[in-house]
Design a protein around this ligand. Structure first.
Ligand code: PLP
Length: 376
């Protein structure tokens, strides 16, 4: 049995006629940039996220960058970020000229540890970006309290968590603003790159709207120095179709996660993902941990089960950030996760038999001693 890491096939098959109609209507509409489809999706998505304003942008990285720019974050400022995240979280900060200040994670979920945040706060702290990594909401309540007490902005990197909730509140509505990615493999994915910002404050939303379109509200009048970061009409039309099915697809991801939890429980040396208290995750990824991760991945690959590693090297140890001067050992939990995490196949439509096959193969692999050396 073959189990691909990701397959968009069943998702698209279920909505093929609607996708065709969306594509055809966009073609016939003859407006491809900032037209009615982008406006419609922006308001649908803002409503879905329980916020007042949505702004379509070119990708998730731009969503984070534009939030920070919209808040006036710039060189000399500091932004607290998780040590364990996709590098885009940090890039959003460094693109503004501000400094990312990493904080290590909670062992069970890998999300930022609120107890370690106070030591990272300085007079220059302008914001904290909480990442709902793998679709698991971060522990937002203590972060919200710290943001209020120390007067900085709490921003959500919700690129992996469309539709998740925390203590009854939708992800995207839990801070000042949130950035989403619609990269094709995301829970809500476009047919190319795409992203969105959602925000509560009208003035902030207006600034971000200006920045994403050359600093302009009226053609050829430029109020501020902006950029070109727009979601296009075709992607918006597709996203509107898909948004209507998002809850259904997220429910299917929960079915898969529950079956993995059950099927993998108690296997020797295998750590299952932790769930944030009060959270309703959306399982963008289902990542387990094992000390012999690479050998386990090899054994699964040999059994036609595709896996991935999210992420093998944390941002503070990437060559791109060598100038920040971090060394191995400074964020030990993030480093341990990077060396042990393994993401299993999860996508709407993944069959029970395929899930059971993955569990059986993991059980078989762990029944014998696995070599612990990491790959070079
Ligand atoms: C946590 C996180 N933040 C930000 C991004 C950036 O999104 P994009 O690839 O659309 O720029 C991603 C996407 O891969 C992500 O996983």
């Amino acid at each position: 049995m073959n189990v691909p890491f990701f397959d968009i096939g069943p998702t698209h098959a279920a909505i093929a006629a609607e996708l065709d109609a969306a594509w055809r209507a966009t073609l016939d509409g003859r407006q491809f940039i900032l037209g009615e489809r982008v406006s419609a999706f922006e308001s649908e998505f803002a409503t879905y996220c329980a916020t007042g304003h949505g702004i379509g942008v070119a990708n998730g990285l731009d969503a984070l960058t534009l939030i920070l720019e919209g808040l006036g974050v710039s060189a000399g400022d500091e932004v607290i970020v998780p040590a364990h995240t996709f590098i885009a979280t940090w890039l959003g900060v460094t693109r503004t000229g501000a400094k990312p200040v990493p904080v290590d994670c909670i062992a069970s979920t890998g999300n930022i540890d609120p107890e370690l945040v106070p030591a990272a706060i300085t007079a220059r702290t302008k914001a904290l970006i909480a990442v709902h990594l793998y679709g698991m909401p971060a522990e937002m309540a203590p972060l919200q309290a710290l943001a209020a007490r120390h007067n900085f902005h709490l921003i959500e990197d919700a690129a992996q968590a469309h539709g998740a909730s925390y203590r009854g509140g939708k992800v995207g509505s839990l801070g000042t603003a949130a950035g989403f990615s619609f990269y094709p493999t995301k829970n809500l994915g476009a047919l190319g790159d795409g992203g969105a910002v959602v925000a509560h404050d009208a003035a902030l939303a207006r600034r971000i709207r200006l920045i994403r379109n050359y600093g302009s509200e009226k053609k050829y009048e430029h109020q501020i120095v902006g950029c070109n970061s727009r979601l296009d009409e075709l992607q918006a039309a597709i996203l509107s179709v898909k948004l209507r099915r998002l809850d259904e697809w997220n429910a299917d991801r929960r079915r898969i996660a529950a079956r993995y939890m059950n099927g993998l429980f108690g296997l020797p040396g295998l750590e299952l993902p932790g769930v944030t208290e009060g959270a309703e995750p959306v399982w963008h990824l289902f990542s387990v941990r094992h000390a012999a991760r690479d050998a386990l991945a090899d054994a699964l690959n040999a059994a036609s089960v595709q896996t991935m590693v999210h992420y093998p090297v944390p941002p503070h140890l990437q060559p791109a950030y060598a100038a920040l001067g971090y060394r191995t050992g400074q964020f030990p939990l993030a480093e341990t996760i990077a060396g042990t995490t393994l993401s299993l196949p999860i996508w709407p439509g993944l069959g029970d038999a395929q899930i059971d096959h993955v569990c059986t193969m993991i059980g078989q692999a762990l029944a014998q001693p696995l070599k612990r050396e990491a790959r070079g």
